[in-house]
Design a protein around this ligand. Structure first.
Ligand code: AMP
Ligand code: MN
Ligand code: MN
Ligand code: MN
Length: 279
């Protein structure tokens, strides 16, 4: 029997709502046998997750989801199986954190100009000293009654053309993939159907990604429809990319898929874990 993999999840180290150890225990209870913790731009949750995974008897893949700016889009690149102690990766992520901190204050200022006060302070308090993400702003805005739910709040306030939007200035693709490779990891383009790229631009993105040393595409994602899964399976096959699968779990109250409920990879894909099985 192949083992059940979930290679994309978040904890309170970024914008998830479960602590790393709670996430690991919930995943293990749901039947996940190989779990990657992939917080946004930070590895801070990995040590706690590792201890919990050892106790629960499941395999933890140390990971990160790096924010990349590419041709005006924010693209998320997963680093799977990275050594969290790698200086180049740690220093690179520290640079992204500095941008995140500035961006959070700027989102607060912009929301202030739109008549919403105290957003930065509220988001920072929710983040509890860890990274501040748009998700923290989103929860505050919903609680303060500015939108019905997370989906609506992003649309109204936090995306391009909206009052709380700040354009990303994240890592370059080549740089991010370089950090991942230097840390011994495999780079995977996360949730490729989420970027709304034309076929031509997706091909260009994948072309550049591969030139930089990127190897994988997240075919199965909690945020992909079955049609998007089939489409991306075809893309991975044509482009010779390894296929990954991850729920993008952020916690029980988030609208995406529950742990352990992810569809399996289509048969004709080469799973990304063959990369580390071979190593
Ligand atoms: P950031 O990296 O701070 O820009 O935040 C990005 C995060 O916001 C994503 O990883 C998601 O967790 C969350 N997000 C983005 N769009 C939505 C949405 N429409 N509904 C719920 N969460 C979203
Ligand atoms: Mn997130
Ligand atoms: Mn993402
Ligand atoms: Mn994610």
């Amino acid at each position: 029997m192949p083992r059940t993999h979930d290679l994309h999840t978040h904890s309170t180290a970024s914008d998830g709502s479960l602590a790393p150890a709670e996430l690991v225990r919930r995943a293990a209870a749901a039947g996940v046998e190989v779990l990657a913790l992939t917080d946004h731009d930070t590895l801070d949750g990995v040590p706690e997750a590792q201890v919990a995974a050892d106790a629960a008897g499941i395999e933890l893949v140390p990971g990160v989801e790096i924010s990349v700016s590419w041709q005006g889009h924010t693209i998320h690149v997963l680093g799977l199986g990275v050594d969290p102690g790698t200086p180049a990766l740690r220093q690179g992520l520290a640079g992204l954190l500095a941008f995140r901190d500035w961006r959070a204050e700027e989102i607060g200022r912009r929301l202030g100009r739109a008549g919403i006060d105290g957003a930065f302070e509220a988001a920072r308090a929710r983040a509890q000293g860890r990274i501040v993400s748009r998700t923290h702003f989103a929860h505050f805005l919903v609680e303060a009654g500015h939108a019905r739910d997370l989906r609506q709040v992003f649309k109204r306030y936090l995306v391009q053309g909206r009052p709380g939007h700040v354009p990303g200035r994240w890592a370059e693709m080549e740089t991010a993939v370089g950090w991942i490779r230097e840390a011994g990891g495999v780079a995977v383009i996360a949730h490729p159907a989420r970027y709304r790229l034309t076929a031509t631009r997706l091909r260009r993105l994948i072309g550049e990604f591969r030139e930089c040393g990127g190897e994988g595409l997240e075919v199965v994602s909690g945020s992909h429809s079955p049609a998007e899964v089939s489409h991306m399976a075809g893309v991975a096959r044509r482009e010779g990319l390894l296929a990954s699968c991850g729920s993008d779990y952020h916690g029980p109250e988030h609208p995406w898929v529950e742990l352990g409920r992810l569809a399996s990879l289509p048969e004709d894909c080469t799973p990304v874990w063959t990369a580390w099985a071979a190593a």
